[in-house]
Write a protein that binds this ligand. Sequence first.
Ligand code: NDP
Length: 285
Amino acid sequence: MATIIDGKALAAKVRERAAAEVAELGGRGISCGLAVVLVGDDQASATYVRSKLRDCEQCGIRSFDYKLPAETSQEELMELIGRLNADEDVTGILVQMPLPAHLDTERVVAAIDPNKDVDGFHPMNMGRLVRGLEGLRPCTPAGIMEMLDEYEIDPAGKNAVIVGRSSIVGKPMAFMLLARNATISVAHSRTDPHELARICQSADILVAACGVPKMIKGPWVKPGATVIDVGMDRDEAGKLCGDVDFDSAELVAGAITPVPGGVGPMTRAMLMSNVVLAAKLQHGL
Ligand code: NDP
């Protein structure tokens, strides 16, 4: 049976570490403040925002909560981001995605000060990642790297397969694993479906981030492989599940993340880490 990678327990540790750093920075006169901007009344987004604000409170991070109506214009949103960029009490800015369709997400992301970009989505931060430079990294793949380190799974020299190539998960994941000397393959919706199982079977580290419920089955997993399930999907019964068929994959994998309790809590916790890192960057630390 595989080792179950406990994202919840590790997330608690990451939050404790962030809280200690917040206190330490506070002692040096540096405060951490996160502005969270929510446009519209999407219920799932509102829930995510509430949990982020709660995490801030737990870590001693000041939070600034901006709830804007769904009809907010591009100019109004850009103007707010400009103000938050200039506000010294705000050391991190997060605009909750997805934005309503009439807003240009790329323009919004690019308007955030890269040193306050705690989501790590700004082209400057993505560029730094690709160039192998320090910087703010997207929370989900950053959390996965923490999990690998915690469980002493060294990517160096291993074959890593990432299923999914989104800008928030798949692509940054590929570059983070590459930076740690793994050999990378990235599969996506145009990968030959007949080849996908074989590609996955080559993985010592398999990261599933495709948003297709339980697509990756036990026989696709190399015996002893590490399986990281990013998916947050619903099965036929409407129950939360991942992109991996946990029951069959667990029998073959060496280590595996559950859904829930794996990548999700780590994504949340890494946001707190990023808020601390952003404050440090702004103070040249
Ligand atoms: P996107 O929809 O942005 O990207 C999905 C990726 O998977 C795309 O690159 C797509 O290919 C690829 N894909 C889709 N279908 C297939 C298929 N049949 N075979 C191979 N590849 C496929 O999703 P995200 O990256 O945002 O999220 C992925 C999953 O992770 C979702 O379930 C999401 O809910 C979850 N998630 C969980 C987080 C957490 O904290 N646990 C955080 C973020 C996301 P193409 O590019 O060709 O379209």
